[in-house]
Design a protein around this ligand. Structure first.
Ligand code: AMP
Length: 409
């Protein structure tokens, strides 16, 4: 492997540089190039950056550098994450980059037992990576001592806002030492987030990378007009294509996630699903199976998929048009990460045209319409089973060909 040195000028400790290069990173991303030196100087930072920009390493590395020079045994950094998946990924980042240090991180989120988290918190783990609700539970039980806290990170603040977490976030921050470094990352800067940042940060450095309403450039966008009742059949048809190796499918509701996953399974595809009603262990195993390539398809709701970071997703399919353009950007940001290529496919019914125009406006261009020559767009709706969201396989659904079932490796 050629010797790389592109991270060297940022001011990182050699131990951390070694970890960065061991991850195979060749050059810092724009947010890393700008944020790392500022955070190392102790400045507050507001970073406008989307998932996929490399923002996690942009705050994890300087935090490690600050903490590694101090004695351990006290909680000195807190990362607030909107979802358990993002918290778990950030914990992994601390572990990977912190390999050569004694700094330990613990993720703290709901849906799993309090015991192990309590143990780590009471032991004064260096870094706590938490979702707001569960952290408040621990704080109520006096499991965590933030008196030694030096750094606070609000990650994906726009998601916190969308999910109604800002009141919880404010309660947590009110209990933290005022003398601290505060970092805030958000894909978009709504007025509520501006207001929050003004109330909790001092003289922050503002860093904005790639306009917040533009997804990575290497994504191919396509719109497939289709009647509602044929969406699953069309998806099955597409999944048979050879290049559809690792496909993330977004649906609007938990029930629809269950139904689409069931129908695709019946059609012979290997499908997992994640949504808010599934237990943590079910989500973990669905994600692990999708990551490893065992499952060709992961069906997810927006909330469950937030912060999801899976390498090698080849396609994002919007089974349902996302209600707001920023959700489209977030969803399709799951593919074509870190310079790979990807494809975003959106199913659009006649009623969705208005929402689609909003998305095209945000993208700054129209998205090409695609129709499949061999697909029967005139197949009638299946008979509805009362009280049960469309239980039968649509008539137009075909079994995948063997060619299409090649697994992602
Ligand atoms: P993030 O935006 O922090 O969720 O990072 C998105 C993905 O990009 C993760 O899989 C990181 O491991 C990867 N990544 C972050 N920084 C770099 C870099 N400098 N070079 C290559 N990949 C990176």
């Amino acid at each position: 492997m050629p010797e790389t040195t592109a991270f060297d000028p940022l001011g990182l400790d050699p131990v951390l540089l070694k970890a960065v290069y061991a991850m195979g990173y060749e050059a810092p991303t724009p947010i890393q190039r700008e944020a790392i030196p500022a955070i190392l100087k102790g400045r507050d930072v507001i970073g406008t950056a989307q998932t996929g920009s490399g923002k996690t390493a942009a705050f994890v590395l300087p935090i490690l550098q600050r903490l590694m020079k101090q004695p351990t045994g006290r909680t000195r950094a807190l990362i607030l994450s909107p979802t358990r998946e993002l918290a778990a990924q950030t914990e992994t980042a601390f572990r990977s980059f912190g390999k050569g240090t004694r700094i330990r991180g613990q993720s703290v989120y709901g849906g799993v037992g309090m015991g192990p988290q309590e143990h780590a918190l009471r032991g004064g783990v260096d870094v706590v990576i938490a979702t707001p609700g569960r952290l408040l539970d621990h704080m109520g039980r006096r499991n965590v001592d933030f008196r030694g806290l030096q750094v606070l990170v609000l990650d994906e603040a726009d998601r916190m806002l969308d999910m109604g977490f800002l009141p919880d976030v404010r309660r947590i921050i009110a209990a933290l030492p005022r003398e601290r470094q505060t970092l805030l990352f958000s894909a978009t800067m709504e007025p509520e987030i501006e207001a929050l940042s003004r109330s909790i940060m001092k003289d922050a450095v503002r860093i904005s990378v790639s306009p917040p309403h533009r997804p990575p450039a290497k994504i191919r966008h396509e719109v497939y007009p289709v009647p509602q009742h044929l969406k699953t059949a069309l998806l099955a048809e597409l999944l048979g294509r050879e290049d559809m190796m690792s496909v993330l499918v977004f649906v609007r509701t938990k029930r629809r996630a269950d139904r689409v996953a069931r129908q695709l399974n019946q059609a012979g595809f290997d499908v997992a699903r994640i949504h808010g009603d599934r237990s943590q262990s079910q989500r973990d195993s669905a994600l692990a199976g999708f990551r490893s390539g065992q499952h060709q398809v992961l069906v997810a709701t927006d909330v469950a998929a937030r912060g999801l970071d899976v390498e090698g997703i080849t396609h994002v399919v919007n089974y349902d048009v996302p209600p707001v353009p920023t959700d489209y950007i977030h969803r399709v940001g799951r593919t074509a990460r870190a310079e790979a290529e990807g494809e975003a496919i959106t199913f659009v019914t006649q009623e969705d045209e208005g929402e689609l125009r909003g998305i095209e406006k945000a993208l700054g261009r129209t998205i090409p319409r695609v129709t499949l020559p061999d697909f029967n767009y005139n197949a009638p709706p299946p008979p509805r089973v009362h009280g049960h969201e469309g239980g039968r396989r649509p008539q137009a659904m075909r079994r995948p060909s063997d060619r299409g079932r090649r697994r992602f490796r």
